[in-house]
Design a protein around this ligand. Structure first.
Ligand code: ADP
Length: 301
């Protein structure tokens, strides 16, 4: 097969591993910098071009699109879908997962356990929305944040109010969430491929840190999932419409709650912690799925 990886940098661990795994299984791989792609939307034969060359003949496309380039990346991916190339994750699902609030709304509609979450637009409503999620301590999150940046623990009502008012004053979109203290600064990353959890790890924040992000000094270790956690992860990926997903769970005293569903989950932490060849499993999934024109939406949405 001829596989395109949409990535800005072929040296990134995840991109490198996907190239390696695909080549090992006898496929031809090309890494494409999405920001250097241009397209003809007007013509009836949709195409993607790269430095004067038409990108044709691909069987599958693996999007590895960073949060900061979601808009253009999703447009390029959609164009490949319109050309009948099989996307490992579709553009619609990618866009859905990049909007934290929309994701939580979709998951809650299907009864997935979530931290109680509130959202408000005006400082006048701050007191009420904090009350709504059970009062301090609460976690306040910037909707546009990644890697734990813009995630704040407010221990008291007063602190919560002033942080929320501060963010609102900067015109930032935020949500406020019950603080799952019993998670003890740890979360669980479940790596889902094709409706199965293929690997999982526990990430523990550095001492004194409630955020477990590896980028914030957290450490990863192998974890055994309960059947409930496994099915929550699989259902969450399915609700989001993602074939490949990183589902982040917190262990709360009301069961596993989903914090986030990531559509371009990194391979480095999970492969090291679990010892699994996750890249190979993704390529195997593509081999079983990629048929020309098998794009569920054909670029709609
Ligand atoms: P990001 O997408 O920026 O990583 P997250 O929402 O995943 O933001 O939050 C970062 C980290 O903060 C999580 O990995 C988790 O350890 C911690 N955290 C987030 N929300 C909560 C919460 N409601 N209760 C307890 N810890 C939380």
């Amino acid at each position: 097969m001829k596989i395109a990886i949409l990535s800005r940098n072929r040296k990134l661990y995840s991109t490198r591993r996907l190239i390696e795994a695909a080549e090992k299984r006898g496929h031809e791989v090309r890494v494409i910098d999405i920001l250097r792609c241009y397209m003809n939307i007007a013509s009836n034969k949709p195409m993607v071009y790269f430095k004067g060359e038409a990108l044709e003949g691909f069987d599958a496309v693996i999007p590895r699109i960073g949060a900061s380039v979601t808009f253009y990346g999703a447009a390029v991916l959609r164009q490949f879908e319109m050309m009948g190339v099989y996307p490992v994750n579709e553009s619609v699902a990618l866009n859905r997962s990049r909007d934290k609030l929309r994701s939580l709304q979709l998951l809650s509609r299907k009864g997935i356990g979530l931290p109680v979450t509130g959202f408000a637009n005006k400082p006048d409503d701050v007191k009420e929305v904090i009350k709504l999620v059970g009062g301090a301590p609460v976690v306040i999150k910037l909707l546009e944040g990644t890697q734990g940046i813009g995630v704040v623990l407010a221990e008291t009502q007063k602190a919560a109010e002033s942080v929320m008012e501060g963010f609102m004053g900067l015109k930032a979109n935020i949500l406020v969430q019950e603080f799952i203290k019993e998670a003890g600064g740890a979360d669980i990353r479940c790596f889902v491929v094709g409706g199965k959890v293929v690997a999982a790890m526990k990430r523990q924040g550095a001492p004194g840190e409630f955020r477990s992000n590896l980028h914030r000094g957290g450490s990863a270790s192998l974890v055994r999932l309960t059947p409930e956690e496994r099915s929550t992860a699989v259902r969450s990926a399915q609700i989001m419409g993602l074939n490949v997903a990183g589902v982040d769970l917190l262990r709360s005293n009301h069961g596993a709650v989903v914090m986030e569903v990531n559509s371009s989950p990194g391979l480095e932490g999970i492969e090291h912690a679990s010892g699994k060849d996750v890249a190979d499993l993704i390529i195997q999934f593509i081999e079983n799925q990629a048929k020309p024109g098998k794009t569920a939406t054909k670029g709609k949405g």
